[in-house]
Design a protein around this ligand. Structure first.
Ligand SMILES: NC(=O)c1ccc[n+]([C@@H]2O[C@H](COP(=O)([O-])OP(=O)(O)OC[C@H]3O[C@@H](n4cnc5c(N)ncnc54)[C@H](O)[C@@H]3O)[C@@H](O)[C@H]2O)c1
Ligand SMILES: [Zn+2]
Length: 364
């Protein structure tokens, strides 16, 4: 099958420039895309049993044959022992420096196999073929790889830019609705931080997006990738502008860790986190109430989020203190100032936070 039309987005970072290729059927072009990216010739696939069962046959055919390294992909397996299984398979196969690891899976597979690629022989090439909406619009681009430590999420990691990213929206057909929705909150995040046009498009075409109609889905994926690529190119290591992509993540991460990563999909927690940030901004007079309401309406239009009424604001505040966004004791918040624009502040008080958490629905 040939790809009808593909979109190519270049990500130009100091350490590497690579292309994100987006298009229905893009997976079928993987061999050509790997060659074009000068990805070294010994190619290994890393995937999970589930993803491989769903998409492995098509992928292996497109790769002209590849033996997969299959590892489990739940968040609780995103740990060093799983990465060690990838190393074991590479060592067993005598993988040398001319190796490319091609990841086929969601963010967990991409982060783990990317970390294996960053560290095996001090670094071999990686190409990401993301299969969740979240991985397609977010984790596959930007080079952050790593695993969780029992004491905290993503505590062990590296920056390791891929040689290429291949995004095929057709693989999302098999994605459970809840996972799909979770990815959409991150798309809303891009709209809210960087593009009112994207924000409006999600609101306008919500039904077609949910139906995964290519003409609705591909443009929002491509626009999200463009925004991520642009931000990453300006700030590869998250020293400045890249921090705006943490919008919704300060409260979001606290909600996730407080509920031990069991109640919420990451994107769902970000849904709440964005509401908290928007309410903080509104209360300061930094965001018009109409814009706050537009965000709240769009988040609500995707469907109900897991309940929060049993989570106390004081627990959220406590969890926030352990966040990586605490720099020298000050918590950084990305606040929206309009749809498509943000500012970063470090002077949000506990009182303001408590008030915002209450408005959003957390217990006192
Ligand atoms: N590196 C980064 O910059 C970055 C950015 C955001 C998130 N992340 C990380 O990404 C992870 C979350 O990624 P995720 O949401 O993709 O979760 P995931 O990788 O756990 O995938 C979610 C579930 O979907 C299944 N799945 C994947 N593709 C499928 C498909 N096409 N059809 C059916 N099922 C499919 C998986 O088997 C899994 O059960 C987190 O660990 C997070 O820390 C990393
Ligand atoms: Zn996120």
């Amino acid at each position: 099958m040939t790809v009808v039309s593909t979109i190519a987005i270049d990500v130009a970072t100091p350490s590497r420039t690579y292309t994100v290729t987006i298009g229905d059927g893009a997976i079928d072009e993987i061999a050509r895309l790997l060659d074009r990216a000068h990805a070294p010739a010994r190619r290994f696939a890393v995937s999970s049993p589930l993803v491989w069962r769903l998409h492995g046959a098509q992928f292996a055919r497109a790769m002209r044959g590849v033996e997969p390294i299959l590892v489990p992909d739940g968040e609780r397996f995103k740990q060093l022992p799983t990465v060690a299984r990838i190393y074991d398979a590479l060592v067993r196969a005598n993988a040398d420096r001319a190796t490319t690891i091609v990841t086929l899976g969601g963010g967990v597979i991409g982060d783990m196999a990317g970390f294996a690629a960053a560290s095996y022989l001090r670094g071999v090439a990686v190409v990401h073929v993301p299969t969740t909406l979240l991985a397609q619009v977010d984790s596959a681009i930007g080079g952050k790889v790593g695993v969780n430590h029992p004491q905290g999420k993503n505590l062990i990691g590296a920056f390791h830019q891929p040689h290429a990213v291949v995004v095929d929206p057709l693989v999302l057909a098999t994605l459970p609705r809840r996972e799909f929705r979770a990815g959409l909150y991150e798309v809303i995040k891009y709209g809210m931080t960087s593009s009112a046009a994207l924000f409006d498009r999600i609101a306008r075409e919500r039904k077609a997006i949910f139906a995964r109609a290519p003409e609705a889905l591909t443009p929002i994926i491509a626009e999200s990738c463009r925004i991520k690529a642009d931000v990453v190119a300006r700030d590869e290591r998250e020293a400045g502008p890249r921090r705006i992509l943490n919008f919704g993540h300060t409260a979001g991460h606290a909600i996730e860790s407080l509920t031990k990563y069991r109640r919420f999909r990451h994107g769902e927690a970000i849904g709440y986190g964005m509401l908290v940030a928007a309410e903080l901004a509104r209360a300061r007079g930094a965001l018009a109430d109409a814009d706050r309401k537009a965000l709240a309406d769009l988040v609500a239009s995707l469907g109900p989020l897991p309940p929060i009424a049993d989570l106390a604001s004081s627990q959220i505040l406590e969890a926030m203190q352990h966040d990586k966004k605490v720099v020298e004791g000050r918590l950084h918040f990305v606040l929206p100032t309009a749809i498509g624009a943000t500012t970063i502040v470090d002077d949000v008080t506990e009182k303001e936070l408590r008030a915002a958490l209450k408005v959003v629905g957390f217990a006192k």
